[in-house]
Design a protein around this ligand. Structure first.
Ligand code: 1PZ
Length: 215
């Protein structure tokens, strides 16, 4: 029998996931954060295998967080706030140099948190770009303003090469599968404040606890 046609994937649903991340009192749910990243990675994979080295690292990070989410202390990992409190109180984080806790929730989520800033900057450029905007340039600029400072030279080099093969703006919008360019721009306008808020809340929490430079 023919398989049921698979639901076509839309970036709208992915970005909507970030809506679910914040609780009423501004706590960030790890489960929805991870779900958001899963969707982004699916999208990244649909852009081609050159991005494999990026999605592989992100998938690893997600796996680590899922292990915490489903582990015996899962109740401590419901929100980023509870995770930070639990891991710090129980000395489960390597604070100054790499040590016994290379897979702490705190350091793992920090890597995705930094990438979320890249995403915010990139999507904002995409949203405000003109028809002939170059996605590779938008992507590189966003990267240079955020994530790149946390990456060694080789990674920056590889990332730069990957950006060059990003599809142009029309094809990129097409893959997002949101609708007309106007609809894409409107959707980005709705989604960006949410992503930005999730980023800000996490950033402030990490800053309060001096966790922004975890090794
Ligand atoms: C649409 C184009 C996608 C461009 C994505 C831009 C980000 C480039 C990031 C390149 C990272 C590649 C390899 C891994 C690096 C790791 O060393 C670091 C630090 O982790 P550590 O070594 O300390 O454990 N990992 C990261 O910085 C996490 C990067 C996650 C990137 C996810 C991008 C998802 C893109 C979604 C696209 C819509």
């Amino acid at each position: 029998a023919p398989e049921a046609p698979e639901e076509k994937f839309s970036l709208r649903e992915v970005l909507d996931t970030f809506k679910l991340c914040l609780s009423g009192d501004k706590e960030v749910y790890v489960e929805h954060y991870v779900a958001g990243w899963r969707g982004l990675i699916k999208f990244l994979n649909s852009l081609g295998s050159v991005f494999g080295f990026i999605s592989k690292d992100a998938v690893n990070k997600i796996k680590i967080l899922v292990t915490h989410l489903e582990g015996e202390n899962s109740s401590e990992y419901v929100t980023v706030q509870s995770m930070v409190k639990y891991e710090l109180e129980n000395e489960l984080v390597d604070l100054n140099k790499r040590g016994n806790h290379p897979e702490s929730g705190c350091r793992t989520l920090l890597r995705l948190h930094r990438a979320l800033r890249w995403l915010e900057l990139f999507l904002e450029r995409l949203r405000t770009s003109g028809e002939d905007g170059k996605t590779s340039v938008m992507c590189a600029e966003a990267y240079n303003e955020s994530l790149s400072r946390h990456h060694p030279w080789v990674v920056r080099k590889a990332a730069g090469m990957a950006f060059c093969v990003l599809p142009g703006r029309p094809a990129f919008f097409e893959v997002m599968n949101v609708g007309t360019p106007e609809q894409v721009v409107a959707m980005l306008g709705d989604a960006l404040p949410l992503i930005s808020e999730v980023y800000q809340v996490t950033e402030e929490l990490y800053a309060q606890h001096n966790l922004l430079d975890l090794p």
